[in-house]
Design a protein around this ligand. Structure first.
Ligand SMILES: Cc1cc2nc3c(=O)[nH]c(=O)nc-3n(C[C@H](O)[C@H](O)[C@H](O)COP(=O)(O)OP(=O)(O)OC[C@H]3O[C@@H](n4cnc5c(N)ncnc54)[C@H](O)[C@@H]3O)c2cc1C
Length: 423
């Protein structure tokens, strides 16, 4: 056969052409190599975990809860339906967490702050000066690099001994004598988790709903937002993103999230065509402001929130204006000078429950209080407290609400958190 006409030669030519392009830096910027560990029994579709603490949802509150539980000595599994940690902070693109300070001093610290600070420092960014009271509340939000943040969160989980199960979510939850059995599913994986405590950090208290405790939901909810960037010069962690309000966005289930995402994306595609600008950044999904809140042992009212009530069982501060987004936008109502709201442990506990605690935007609160409580520093504070309470409950064979509060405070302080009334 004439060698010049053979298919092999043609493939060689094509390949060397591609390699040549790569080498010249046109197809790809650079190539490096790393080898993933072999997963034990990777072809086995069924796995079982026996753990102290199961955290469901690795978002803003969830990864902090898991790191805290791991650091406090609990055998911890974190189940996250997505591909990375951080939730709304990273996948949603709301990478400007706040507020860690109030009236000239830091009021929320601990693991969330450790992550935010480290990601800004590693990124060569700038941290706000908390000694200065800003003119507008958002000036003290911390611009972070969402990509770096997700990597650091994962590293800290791993270092704390937390096992992470991505692409999985609970399908069935049953009560047992010593806690719960949670059947989770992912592609190619069915996981049975026997745990003593559950921390529900799914944003909308999905596990609480599955086990049948009541949840609160409004007829009309705040819009979600799809974040993106049109035009050149975008730098993660430096420049701010464009916001598209997605009215009617609903994070209830895969069907409602699919509709919200597709609605957002189609509208952005429209804009690209109309404005004839480059699409230089697009988050993978919508950020959801509001869905379900738990009906907890304590319900934080807007009066509790705006008056800065210090609850007897306070485990964290919170700080943000009352911030309800509507069809016409948002008019934040700043808190009165000196007021710093607090979050009680009992607002993280579904009424009448044992061995389950929540953290994040689903905190038990009325709608207006929730519009301020839902922000990231507060969610991180709740996550850390839930991590401690669940760990101590697992160790002593009790439920989070029965763990003596001074013990929870002591562990929180040991891990860098600021306790209301003692700052
Ligand atoms: C557009 C927008 C702008 C905002 N602006 C600000 C701001 O400027 N500053 C600020 O601090 N806050 C802001 N917030 C509020 C704040 O970002 C969120 O309220 C907060 O991040 C919610 O944290 P969370 O942990 O409750 O939920 P999320 O961070 O959403 O985490 C939930 C996690 O659970 C996972 N999950 C859900 N269901 C399951 C399941 N069944 N199984 C497994 N995993 C599951 C999700 O994938 C996700 O990772 C904004 C929010 C939005 C949407």
């Amino acid at each position: 056969m004439n060698k010049k006409d053979s298919g092999t030669d043609r493939r060689d030519f094509l390949q060397s052409g591609l390699l040549g392009t790569a080498a010249a830096g046109l197809a790809i910027a650079s190539t490096s190599h790393v080898t993933a560990q072999t997963v034990p029994d990777a072809l086995e579709p069924e796995v079982t975990n026996d753990v102290d603490v199961l955290v469901v949802g690795g978002g803003t509150a969830g990864h902090v809860a898991a790191i805290q539980a791991g650091r406090a000595g609990a055998k911890t599994l974190l189940v996250e339906r997505g591909a990375q940690l951080g939730g709304t902070t990273t996948t949603g693109g709301v990478s400007f967490p706040g507020l860690f300070d109030a009236w000239g001093k830091q009021v929320i610290a601990g693991i969330g702050w450790e992550l935010v600070k480290e990601s800004v420092e590693l990124d060569g960014g700038t941290l706000p000066n908390f000694a200065r009271v800003p003119q507008r509340h958002w000036q003290n939000q911390v611009l972070t690099n969402q990509f770096l943040y997700a990597l650091l969160a994962e590293e800290k989980c791993t270092k704390a001994g937390v096992e992470i199960a991505y692409y999985e979510f609970p399908q069935a939850v049953t009560k047992t004598e010593s806690g719960w059995t949670v059947n989770c599913v992912g592609f190619g994986t069915r996981r049975r988790v026997n745990c003593k405590q559950i921390i529900d950090c799914t944003g909308g208290a999905e596990v609480v709903g599955m086990v049948g405790f009541s949840r609160l939901r409004e007829e009309e909810r705040q819009p979600g937002s799809y974040l993106y960037r049109l035009g050149d010069g975008h730098e993660p962690g430096r420049t701010r993103l464009n916001r598209l309000y997605v009215h009617g966005a609903d994070s209830t289930n895969s069907r409602t999230v699919t509709v919200a995402n597709m609605t957002g994306r189609m509208s952005i595609l429209d804009r690209v065509r109309k404005e004839k600008k480059r699409l230089t950044h697009l988050q993978p999904e919508t950020g959801f402001r509001e869905s379900y809140r738990i009906d907890g042992e304590t319900l934080i009212t807007v009066n509790d929130y705006t008056s800065g009530r210090v609850f007897d069982d306070a485990i964290s501060y919170a700080f943000y204006p009352v911030d309800l987004h509507t069809k016409t936008g948002v008019r934040p109502k700043p808190l009165k000078p000196g007021k710093v709201p607090t979050i009680p442990l009992s607002a993280l506990i579904p009424k009448g429950s044992r061995n389950i605690i929540v953290a994040g935007r689903c905190v038990s609160s009325d709608r207006l209080a929730n519009s301020g409580l839902r922000v990231q520093a507060s969610c991180m504070g709740m996550g850390q407290a839930a991590g401690v309470a669940a760990t101590l409950a697992a160790k002593s064979g009790t439920t989070p609400l029965e763990v003596p509060l001074p013990e929870i405070h002591a562990v929180l302080r040991e891990h860098g958190q600021i306790i209301p009334g003692r700052a």
